[in-house]
Design a protein around this ligand. Structure first.
Ligand SMILES: *[C@@H]1O[C@H](CO)[C@@H](O)[C@H](O)[C@H]1NC(C)=O
Ligand SMILES: *[C@@H]1O[C@H](CO)[C@@H](O)[C@H](O)[C@H]1NC(C)=O
Length: 398
């Protein structure tokens, strides 16, 4: 390992810091939270149990910031064989060819501006429990499929079945009867200082378009029977992928039939504010420990100062800095957006739904009042998680 970088990433400081974090959480924070949230009226949401209040506080005040501070990598390495995975199959997907019809529009422009290139990526097929994993991957007649783009602020998590975000894919498989498999896309994650910079925009978008192309052109799925699913930053990529397909009318690659978003992060510019903004008033009821600028800097790379954060609809389609909103979502497929009423970036979902509706998109917005950001991936967010998944699956099956 290099000698540079923040102190906390080096031993013995890293070990000492972890010991301090664990010690102070158990001895000081935990007792404090138990007193602070002892009675229902003292809790961020009176419906919440004490256990949930403590879990949310632990995420917000301790866990969310840790990977970056300590340089921890929570992505999972690809498996060495399918036998390592349960009811899942690992595949490689070729990057877009720069001579292909898909490599057009904003993707081509952004690639020129940034020097970011297409690459081969990994993906995981999540199968219904008990499915023969050696099955042929080609689409069967009339088969429906979902392509899940996971969350993690563009720099965390993975599509691996052991990752927390896979709970969304697994939840949809468990509750929808029209889906028999979901493709989880392991798009490239971004990084920036103090890490070596890598995979800024449009790397992840290139990867998601390549995964969609794989479903349609290699496996033969009908676009109308594909749902692109995304949570949090994955919701941003799901919208951008759909936008690329809608705006460019690519021969042989029409847009998907549906779009399903859970707590999508669509205003990277953080264009709203004020005391009534959920970013302020939901501070104590969400897991996000404030939005540091690391994800923006990592994802935008050299474009960070180029205004793209504020007004590029491929990056911030719910931004308040976009003043001409008419037509912004024109031609988008049927969309379902689910968000938590207790989350910081609730307005991203509300504004996107409003803009879609104004453009004539068939959109449904569902807000689970007391749920946190990206609640469908947290198995401790019950009963909201199951409720939300059931509603989304019902929409998917309709
Ligand atoms: C799984 O499918 C393969 C290929 O179709 C077949 O050869 C194999 O016998 C099947 N395994 C089981 C357990 O059904
Ligand atoms: C999409 O799925 C429906 C329902 O399974 C099926 O009837 C239809 O033929 C499929 N579309 C295409 C183009 O295959």
């Amino acid at each position: 390992m290099g000698q540079s970088g923040p102190l906390l990433r080096r031993q013995p400081f890293k070990g000492l810091y972890i010991a301090y974090l664990v010690g102070s959480t158990v001895l000081i924070r935990l007792p404090y939270w138990c007193i602070r949230y002892a009675l229902p009226y003292m809790r961020p949401r009176s419906s919440w149990s004490l256990r949930r209040c403590v879990t949310v506080a632990a995420y917000r005040e301790v866990l969310t910031g840790v990977p970056l501070k300590l340089g921890l990598d929570n992505s999972h390495p690809p498996p060495t064989s399918d036998n390592e995975l349960k009811d899942a199959k690992f595949v490689r997907i070729e990057g877009l060819s720069e001579d292909s019809v898909e490599f057009c529009g904003e993707l081509r422009r952004a690639t020129r501006r940034t020097g970011i290139r297409p690459e081969t990526i990994s993906a995981y097929w999540f199968l219904r429990p008990g499915t023969n994993i050696t099955r042929d991957l080609q689409a069967t007649a009339g088969e429906k499929v979902a392509m899940h783009i996971h969350g993690g602020a563009f720099y965390l998590n993975s599509a691996h079945p052991d990752d927390a975000t896979s709970q969304l894919s697994l939840g949809l498989l468990a509750h929808s009867h029209s889906l028999s498999r979901v493709l989880g896309v392991d798009y490239r994650l971004s990084a920036t200082a103090p890490n070596p910079p890598k995979n800024a925009y449009p790397a992840a978008l290139l990867d998601c378009v390549a995964a969609y192309r794989y479903l349609v052109k290699e496996l033969g799925f009908a676009p109308e029977n594909i749902t692109i699913v995304g949570d949090s930053a994955g919701g941003n990529l799901a919208v951008a992928t759909t936008r690329h397909l809608v705006e460019n009318s690519i021969p042989g690659l029409p847009p998907p039939g549906r779009l399903l978003l859970c707590s999508p992060w669509l205003d990277i510019a953080g264009s709203r504010g004020g005391p009534n903004d959920p970013r302020v008033c939901n501070w104590y009821s969400d897991i996000l420990g404030g939005l540091s600028d690391y994800p923006h800097r990592a994802y935008l790379g050299t474009l960070i100062d180029a205004g793209d954060k504020k007004t590029n609809p491929y990056i911030s389609p719910a931004s308040g800095y976009i003043t001409e909103t008419e037509g912004l979502f024109k031609g988008f497929p049927r969309t379902y957006i689910s968000a938590g009423g207790a989350e910081l970036i609730l307005d991203d979902s509300i504004v996107a739904a409003e803009r879609m509706e104004a453009d004539g998109v068939d959109v449904v917005l569902n807000v689970e009042p007391d749920a946190v950001h990206d609640y469908m991936i947290f198995t401790w967010m019950e009963p909201e998680r199951t409720e939300g998944l059931k509603k989304a699956s019902k929409w998917l099956d309709s």
